[in-house]
Design a protein around this ligand. Structure first.
Ligand code: FES
Ligand code: MG
Length: 600
């Protein structure tokens, strides 16, 4: 643009030595032929020589929204405001699609596709003339997938959430994403409601554009993206239809151009301290059990050491402050009005629990939240008057697995009384295993009287990890059989090598690693085995002798190992061959060694 100062000159005047990486595509006299080819094709829809050679930062907008990805579809509208922000700040916007992910529709499970979206975005960020990128986050896996890619490539990147849906309502009660389903499936199974009403209740929980309105995986991961510093302060919780979200889209577009000029990259933001802040925040918000999987994955791609012991050591003693379903009562609109993440961080920072880390706006997380106060103490409680003390995750070990987590904010007093508290040892519980091999096996047998499920049963779900399912199914939170539901028992202890929905508050012991399909001892448990869970010691043990375990292992191996169903698509097979355990983030193992690839 004539008269405008060249952006490269601006960088130089700020002492920035590196040229914008897009210059090597668009203005490279040493390779005129290629430069001409790049420019020629990008001019064909109206861009000018001046624009492409002005030295303006070229900003990608990774578009995750489409008709088959409704949680993120609002980004089609928001992208327009992002582009206006980019243009006003002196950049050029290139919007491009990446592999879509829709949590509820994708078979066999959306989490199979997290690593596929990651791979597709890495290739685009590395292979095209982009100086920075806006990541359009929202539905569960779309947030970690894009943060993982930003970590691998390490060019300036900023996340923008599509935003949660408005509150759902049914017969005067709040109807939340997922939570309405878990409640309605009990009523439906017990015969209290019919098929049509079941569908109507669940449908009422999705009243507008946006992602899940509970503190499920979507709102959790976007809140953690803000806690990590990867989006503008105050942006994660704005409901999708609010005008504030369009304004935030514009500001995000403006800010990414500045981040490029400042050379503020993911490696400068997603430090060990930032991950520790995210763990602390996750406990305070009652975040999803998928958070450790995804955060551990982002950290591995960033080259930051993080594991499930960190989740317990840093996060367990943090109290629950946010009264949102599934751990509490309210939904995202109330959370936003009460102050969202900033009010939560202000409480935590007041106790010295927030580390000084730089965020996308160049200031620290703590600074961004200074002075924020909850506008509704029933929704965001004060640190000294929490909804629950010690609400983080516990990391269990034992002779069945090396790591499996429990979300303690889902441990209700009733559950503790029924299953854990006995005068001899208030933190320990023994029960008899009832074992299911996958969701079909569970669905066909859970109500079979011959199974003899009682209140001292422990339900096991195996064969549903990253390799077994494949992609790791959200099926560990199993409902009790109908005869127990009728007597008021809704939750039994559940253990498994799969995941559970972030909208489930179930106190399962899940994400067990290694999974049955890769040689974990979960494969050796038999229905009727005695199991001891010791919450105090963080152990789960199968009470059979080592000799017996050895015998069962030999028999399993002689039979060809734990059965794994065949892959249905090429990607299922490729991922199965490369994927790590849930405790390690379910990452593609060969991908972890690629870091800061923009420099290669
Ligand atoms: Fe997409 Fe919950 S299903 S956010
Ligand atoms: Mg889910």
């Amino acid at each position: 643009c004539p008269g405008e100062r060249n952006e490269s000159e601006k960088r130089a005047s700020k002492g920035l030595k590196t040229l914008l990486r897009s210059r090597s595509w668009f203005d490279n006299p040493d390779n005129a032929e290629l430069t001409a080819l790049y420019i020629e094709r990008l001019m064909n829809y109206g861009l000018s020589f001046d624009e492409l050679q002005s030295g303006r930062p070229v900003i990608g907008i990774a578009q995750t929204g489409s008709d088959i990805a409704p949680c993120n579809r609002h980004h089609i509208v928001l992208a327009q405001r992002v582009k206006e922000g980019i243009r006003d700040a002196g950049g050029i916007a290139f919007e491009f699609p990446i592999h879509p992910i829709q949590e509820t529709c994708k078979r066999p499970t959306a989490s199979l596709d997290r690593n596929l979206q990651y791979l597709s975005l890495v290739e685009i960020l590395y292979g095209y003339p982009l100086d920075g990128c806006v990541l359009t986050t929202g539905c569960d896996k779309t947030t970690p997938a894009q943060l993982m890619a930003a970590a691998t490539v390490d060019i300036p990147a900023i996340a923008l959430n599509s935003g949660p849906m408005l509150n759902g309502w049914y017969q005067g009660e709040r109807s939340g994403s997922g939570t309405a389903l878990w409640k309605a499936r009990e009523l439906h199974a017990a015969g209290d409601i019919g098929y049509r009403e079941f569908l109507k209740i669940v449908g009422s929980s999705g009243p507008s554009t946006g992602h899940c309105n509970t503190m499920g995986t979507a709102l959790t991961m976007n809140t953690l993206a803000e806690a990590l510093g990867m989006c503008l302060p105050g942006s994660a919780a704005i409901p999708a239809p609010y005008r504030d979200r369009q304004e935030m889209a514009y500001l995000t577009g403006r800010r990414i151009v500045e981040m490029v000029l400042e050379d503020l990259k993911p490696s400068g933001i997603m430090t060990r301290g930032a991950f520790e802040n995210a763990i602390v925040v996750n406990s305070a918000i009652g975040g999803s059990t998928n958070a450790p999987i995804h955060l551990n994955a982002i950290a591995r791609h960033m080259g930051v050491k993080l594991d499930n012991d960190d989740w317990e050591n840093i996060g367990y003693e943090i109290p629950l402050l946010v009264n949102l379903q599934p751990a509490g009562k309210y939904l995202a609109e109330e959370y936003y009005r009460a102050g969202g993440l900033q009010a939560v961080v202000a409480e935590l920072a007041g106790k010295g629990l927030i580390r000084e880390t730089i965020t996308a706006n160049g200031r620290s997380l703590r600074e961004n939240c200074l002075g924020s106060v909850s506008a509704d103490r029933d929704v965001i409680a004060a640190y000294d008057a929490p909804l629950k003390e010690s609400a983080g995750f516990l990391n269990f070990k034992g002779n069945i697995f090396d790591s499996a987590i429990m979300k303690t904010s889902g441990l209700t007093p009733e559950f503790r009384r029924t299953y854990l508290e006995n005068p001899a040892d208030p933190m320990a519980f023994e029960g008899d295993a009832v074992v299911f091999d996958g969701p079909e096996d569970y669905a066909s047998r859970i109500d079979d009287p011959a199974l003899n499920v009682t209140t001292s049963s422990i339900l096991f779900m195996r064969g549903v990890g990253p390799v077994g399912f494949p992609g790791a199914a959200e099926v560990v939170n199993m409902r009790a059989p109908v005869h127990l539901l009728r007597s008021g028992i809704t939750a039994l202890p559940c253990i498994g090598d799969g995941r559970q929905s972030g909208t489930s508050g179930s106190p399962s012991i899940l994400n067990a690693s290694p999974e049955a399909a890769t040689g974990g001892n979960l494969a050796l448990i038999q229905t009727g085995d005695r199991i001891r869970i010791d919450v105090g010691l963080r152990t789960v043990n199968l009470m059979v002798s080592d000799i017996e375990l050895h015998r069962r292992r030999a028999a399993l191996e002689a039979a060809g190992g734990y059965p794994i169903p065949p892959s249905q698509t090429p990607w299922q097979e490729i991922q199965r061959n490369l994927v790590s355990e849930l405790s390690e983030g379910m990452v593609l193992t060969p991908a972890v060694k690629y870091q800061r690839v923009h420099e290669t």
